[in-house]
Design a protein around this ligand. Structure first.
Ligand code: XIL
Length: 371
C-alpha cells in the first residue's frame, strides 16, 4: 500500500472513531456522574435501543444513565397481548441491557386504562367481566409479570394514571368493574394491585405514577389520598412518580415544590418518572395518551436558538427545584433518550435528533454545579 493510501485509510479510521465517540458525547460529563450524590438519573429506551438497532441511542443511555424504564414493552398490550399469550422477548432484552450496564430497572406498568387490550375487561362472549373475574385476571397478570423479573426489576409503577384532574378516581374499566359503583370499594383495584405486586416480589419497590401532579393541586391531593389509603391498610407503597411532561411555561416552581413536598410528607419517596418539555407553546397540557401524539405536538420553531434557550432555562429551573429537594427526590427519568424518537414532537429532551447534547443538557449540568 502506498504511503498516501495508508495516510488516507488511517485518517478515515480516526474520523470514524471520532464520529462514534461523538455520538456518545466524549467531551461532555456523564449525567450519572454529575448527579451521583443527588439522585438516580435515567431514560426510557424503546425496543430499538435495547436490541441494538439504535446503537447511538444505546451509547447515550450507557454513558449517561444509571436507571431505565421501558417506554412501552412492559405494558399489558405488548407483554400480554392475548389471554394465553405472553410476549417476553422485548422485555427480556430490556432487562438484559439494563443488567449489562448495572442500571436500576423500573417496570412500567401493571394496571392502567390505556394500552391495555379490550379483552382484559370482557368475557368470551364480549360482555363485561364480573368483579371477581377481573380481579382474578389482574392477579394472574401481576403475579406472572412481576414474578418473571423478581429480584431484577427493582421498582414497579403498579398503578398508572388512576386520577382525574380534580383528584377523583378516573372512570376506567378497573374502577367501574372492581369498584362496582360503591364508595367503599373505590380503592379496591389499587389495593389489590399493590398487594399482589408485593406478594410476587417482596423486595421490589412499588409506586403510584401519574401526570399533572405538579400542575394540579387537586390531582396531587388525590395522589396523596391514594398513598394514605394504602398506608392505612398496611399495604406497601414506596413512592409516587410525578411524570412531569412539562412545557416551556409550566410547571411553575411553586407547583412542582408543592407536589414534591406534600407527597414526601406522606413518607414516600418522590421520583420524576417521565420528564420531557414540550416546546410547542399552545394546546393541551397533559399527557393523556389519547390526546397527545407526535404530529399534534410538533413545533416548527423547535430548532431555533430562541426556543432552545427557553428550553434550557426551563430545564435549569426544574433541576434547581429537584436539587433543592434532593432529600425527597430519589430518581429523575427522562421519557425517551433523544429527540428523534421521543413520543412527542418538537425538541423535548436533552439530546437532539443527531444524538448531540443540546443547550438544555449543559444547563442541567450547570444546575448541578450550582448546588
Ligand atoms: C407513551 C409512549 O411514550 C408512546 O410511545 C406510546 O405510544 C403511548 O405511551 N404516560 C405514561 C407513558 O405513563 O406510558 C406514556 O408513554 C406517556 C404518558
Amino acid at each position: 500500500m502506498s504511503m498516501k493510501r495508508i495516510v488516507t485509510v488511517a485518517s478515515l479510521a480516526v474520523l470514524l472513531i471520532g464520529v462514534a465517540q461523538c455520538t456518545a458525547g466524549p467531551n461532555v460529563p456523564a449525567l450519572k456522574d454529575v448527579f451521583k450524590d443527588h439522585f438516580l438519573i435515567g431514560g426510557a429506551p424503546n425496543r430499538s435501543v435495547v436490541t441494538g438497532r439504535d446503537p447511538n441511542a444505546a451509547a447515550i443511555a450507557e454513558k449517561h444513565f444509571n436507571t431505565i424504564t421501558p417506554e412501552n414493552d412492559l405494558k399489558w398490550q405488548r407483554i400480554h397481548p392475548l389471554p394465553d399469550r405472553y410476549n417476553w422477548e422485548p422485555a427480556d432484552s430490556f432487562v438484559a441491557f439494563g443488567e449489562k450496564n448495572e442500571m436500576f430497572l423500573v417496570g412500567h406498568t401493571l394496571v392502567w386504562h390505556s394500552q391495555t387490550p379490550r379483552w382484559v375487561f370482557q368475557d368470551e362472549a364480549g360482555d363485561p367481566l364480573t368483579r371477581d373475574a377481573l380481579l382474578a385476571r389482574m392477579k394472574d397478570h401481576i403475579t406472572t409479570v412481576v414474578g418473571r423479573y423478581k429480584g431484577r426489576i427493582k421498582g414497579w409503577d403498579v398503578v398508572n394514571e388512576a386520577l382525574n384532574e380534580n383528584g377523583t378516581l378516573r372512570d376506567s374499566p378497573w374502577l367501574r368493574i372492581i369498584g362496582e359503583g360503591s364508595e367503599d370499594k373505590r380503592y379496591d383495584f389499587i389495593e389489590h394491585a399493590f398487594r399482589w405486586a408485593h406478594e410476587a416480589d417482596p423486595d421490589a419497590e412499588l409506586y403510584y405514577n401519574d401526570y399533572n401532579l405538579e400542575t394540579s393541586r387537586a390531582k396531587c391531593d388525590g395522589a396523596m389520598a391514594i398513598v394514605k389509603h394504602l398506608q392505612s391498610k398496611g399495604i406497601r407503597i414506596d413512592g409516587v412518580g410525578i411524570q412531569l411532561h412539562g412545557g416551556l411555561t409550566y410547571p411553575s416552581v411553586e407547583g412542582l415544590e408543592y407536589a414534591i413536598t406534600s407527597l414526601a410528607a406522606t413518607g414516600v419517596k418522590v421520583m420524576i418518572t417521565e420528564l420531557d418539555i414540550r416546546t410547542q407553546a399552545r394546546g393541551y397540557r397533559g399527557a393523556d395518551v389519547g390526546r397527545v401524539n407526535r404530529a399534534g405536538t410538533d413545533d416548527p420553531t423547535a430548532a431555533t436558538a430562541e426556543t432552545q434557550k427557553k428550553l434550557a432555562e426551563k430545564y435549569a429551573e426544574i433541576f434547581s427545584v429537584l436539587l433543592k429537594h434532593e432529600k425527597d427526590v430519589t430518581r429523575v427519568t427522562f421519557w425517551g433518550i433523544y429527540d428523534g424518537r421521543s413520543w412527542i414532537g418538537g425538541s423535548p429532551l436533552l439530546f437532539d435528533r443527531d444524538y448531540q447534547p443540546k443547550e438544555a443538557f449543559f444547563a442541567v449540568v450547570k444546575a448541578a454545579g450550582q448546588r
